[in-house]
Design a binder for this molecule. Structure first.
Ligand code: AMP
Ligand code: ZN
Length: 482
């Protein structure tokens, strides 16, 4: 592709709200970063790798936007109070905080293993600042007639008063009315679809309770995200993500609550990833068909391999998790590792290639173009492996010079800010070392052996070793180097 005629279009993503691919037009990108909210883990047990598929998709999105020059401010909440956390703490007979702490720690450990970039903020729902925000929002909703306290003392959102309810999920409210069966414990609600904003305390909640104008109780799950998002990112945000199971009712409810309070459009772009499957079924705690990150590591795979396995399929396509897929990830990464080692050797060699010298630095931009197209990672990786094949062939035929190899390494460095797939032990050759090796090669050509030895020592002092091979000098990490 000729770079001069290449027109860069803005990134485009499938917006669940409109069901269309839309160009990204962040609000005021020069003055403020893209505001991104990602629903985080419910810390009642260790997250499974299905959850991490969602977090890796969000990581890919953030990193790609940053590669494209956008600044991103990302918030990921920690849901540390809802039915499952309360039940778990009760069963373990420990305070809620103590119960959830261990799973928060496990979440951060696993996210680190999978090289997921840290969000800027990780608000926890039980933080009193956000609880205050939630009660404040609920108060506004009641004052506007959008919420009511029922006989059971809980406060519910009145979905009939919010005409846009159902728009995100493309859900017909009348169907809900005609087919819904009112469960016994929901008899207080005006409409079966009304969801709890504030749940009145009952015995099963034990010590978990906060004061509110409606009596003691705890927030509903949906209002937690609306309040934390508003507290940290303002009334209106650019991008909101999650897995497809979050669309209804969680994200639908978030829209109703946030827009109900502010009267402004809450989210510009809704992005949702498809599920990670096992034998064609959603990986889920409730189905018992799940693996955690430590389960996968215990089978001898690395975090990097799991990252690759979860990343490599387009986020809107369901991905079946198999051990064969993990083996493929292992092989693909091996190919990348070998390629990088060869490129590094080639970039360290001082000799000129037989040809191709004029083509140095003409590296392609197709990788990020593919990601602009609704994060088409399969196409982006396809392009990477095609490049690996071609450059390996050029190296086989001695048609790659050091400058070209360096240009490819620079290209890799750029795309790896998105992929983050380099082996931990791989260390790029510092420019200073390359320069010294070139000076040494010149000294050798001039038969200045004293100078050549001095330069070898300088290279060695920097932790590198120069070997003179039949293909010319090669640089490797010196023994004992860090
Ligand atoms: P939860 O802890 O259940 O609130 O889920 C955290 C995130 O993981 C949400 O964005 C969910 O949509 C997502 N998620 C849950 N199960 C899966 C799965 N099998 N595949 C992909 N994402 C999932
Ligand atoms: Zn949420």
């Amino acid at each position: 592709m000729n770079r001069r005629y290449h027109i860069v279009m803005p990134p485009r993503f499938f917006n669940t709200y409109s069901r269309e691919i839309e160009e990204l037009e962040p609000r005021d990108p020069a003055a403020r970063p893209i505001r991104m909210y990602t629903c985080g883990p419910t810390v009642y047990s260790r997250a499974h790798i299905g959850n991490f598929r969602a977090y890796i998709f969000e990581d890919l999105l953030q990193r790609h936007l940053e590669l494209r020059g956008y600044k991103v401010h990302r918030v990921m909440n920690i849901t540390d109070v809802e039915d499952k956390t309360i039940r778990g703490a009760g069963e373990a007979d420990v305070p809620l905080q103590k119960f959830t702490e261990q799973f928060k720690a496990a979440f951060f450990e696993d996210a680190h293993t999978l090289r997921i970039k840290r969000a800027d903020e990780y608000p926890a729902a039980t933080d009193h600042r956000y609880i205050d925000r939630m009660t404040e929002m609920i108060g506004v909703l009641i004052s506007k007639g959008l919420a009511y306290q029922a006989d059971d003392k809980s406060v519910y959102f009145r979905i009939n008063k919010f005409p846009d309810y159902g728009k995100l999920a493309h859900f017909d409210l009348t169907q809900l009315q005609s087919t819904g069966r009112v469960k016994h414990d929901e008899y207080d609600k005006e409409h079966i679809g009304d969801f709890a904003l504030w749940k009145a305390w009952d015995e099963a909640d034990g010590e978990v309770k906060w004061d509110s104008p409606w009596g003691q109780g705890r927030p509903g799950w949906h209002i937690e995200c609306s309040a934390m998002s508003m507290a940290l990112l303002g009334d209106q945000i650019d991008i909101h993500c999650g897995g497809v199971d979050n669309i209804f009712p969680h994200h639908e409810a978030e829209i109703a609550q946030s827009e109900g309070v502010t009267g402004k459009k809450f989210v510009r772009y809704w992005l949702h990833c498809a599920h990670l499957l096992v034998d064609g079924q959603k990986m889920a705690k409730s189905l018992g068909n799940f693996y955690t990150v430590p389960d996968v590591l215990a089978r001898g795979y690395t975090g990097r391999e799991l990252r690759y396995a979860l990343l490599r399929v387009h986020y809107r396509v369901p991905l079946n998790f198999t051990w064969e897929g993990m083996n493929e990830a292992h092989e693909s990464l091996g190919r990348i590792d070998e390629w990088l080692a060869r490129l590094r050797e080639c970039s360290a060699s001082v000799r000129l290639a037989r040809s191709h010298a004029g083509q140095a630095r003409s590296v392609p931009y197709t990788f990020e173009d593919a990601l602009d197209d609704d994060l088409n990672i399969s196409a982006a990786l396809g392009f990477l492996f095609e490049s690996i094949r071609e450059t390996n062939r050029a190296m086989d035929q001695n048609e790659m010079d050091a400058a070209s190899a360096n240009a490819w390494l620079e290209w890799w460095k750029r795309i790896n800010t998105v992929l983050d797939l380099e082996a931990e032990t791989d260390v790029a050759i510092p420019d200073q070392v390359t320069l010294l090796a070139q000076q040494r090669e010149n000294a050798r050509r001039e038969k200045n052996w004293k100078r050549s030895d001095e330069l070898r020592e300088q290279i060695s002092a920097l932790g590198w070793e120069v070997r003179d091979t039949k293909d010319g000098p090669k640089l490797t990490r010196g023994a004992g180097s860090a």
